[in-house]
Design a protein around this ligand. Structure first.
Ligand code: MN3
Length: 244
């Protein structure tokens, strides 16, 4: 399941998808002048960049398989169904849709918020984990965490505490606000980019992310998750965050 489609996963844009899947999609969209659903699904499920069992023992293969193949796939399906109702939005990237939710037709705002958010959040999630991950942070994110939180351990415990205290389903994030690192949480599939904040990294604390292996022990899952963090990718996203 190794993929070299890093940019594909990262950009998630309709245009990018067309680049990989050929131009027939774009041609049919370009000639579509009615609001009739075209039946063309522009958003595609990105491939996992590693095998389902690659993150064991921290995240088990069954959880990964259901999480990616069922949950993420459902967000894609529902996002496509939403934009297919208004084909003029099929050319937007998922980020563009989520940044301007209030500009979308009322009848698809909630569906795009939930399912576009689910697509974007999970696409990031697969990338910021790696079977070769874990350990202490590296590069610029390491020094910035040390400067702003005092130590990696302090940062990690604040991040875990935020994730543990989040009631119900949602995400815990590291974002930048005015150039400074900040830990925030969002409910459901809400994404920081809808608040104008770029997510450097985020952990999924929906029960579907951990319940098979950890049952109700969300704190144990949050602790174990650091063993699979891909600091190279986190640094890449930190760089983007500073320019966002
Ligand atoms: Mn999830």
């Amino acid at each position: 399941m190794i993929t070299t489609r890093r940019n594909f996963l990262y950009l998630l844009g309709a245009g990018t998808i067309v680049a990989f899947f050929g131009t027939s999609t774009r041609s049919s969209l370009a000639t579509s002048v009615t609001t009739t659903p075209t039946g063309v699904d522009v958003f595609k499920l990105p491939r996992l960049p590693y095998d389902y069992n690659a993150l064991e023992p921290h995240i088990d293969a069954t959880t990964m398989k259901f999480h990616h193949d069922k949950h993420h796939a459902a967000y894609i399906k529902n996002l496509n169904a939403a934009v297919n109702k208004h084909p003029e939005f099929q050319t937007k990237t998922v980020e563009e849709l989520l940044i301007s939710l209030d500009k979308l037709p009322k009848d698809i705002q909630t569906a795009v918020r939930n399912n576009g958010g689910g697509h974007l959040n999970h696409s990031m999630f697969w990338q910021i984990m790696s079977p070769k991950g874990g350990g202490k942070p590296t590069g610029a994110i390491a020094s910035t965490i040390k400067t702003q939180f005092g130590s990696f351990d302090t940062f990690k415990s604040q991040f875990n505490e935020a994730g543990t205290k989040l009631f119900g389903s949602g995400w815990v994030w590291l974002v930048t606000r005015n150039g400074k690192l900040e830990i925030i949480t969002t409910n459901n599939q809400d994404t920081p980019i809808s608040q104008g904040l770029y997510p450097i990294m985020g952990n999924d604390v929906w029960e579907h992310a951990y319940y098979l292996n950890y049952q109700n022990r969300r704190a144990d899952y949050l602790s174990a998750w650091w063993n699979v963090i891909n600091w190279t990718e986190v640094n890449h996203r930190f760089d983007k965050a500073l320019k966002y």
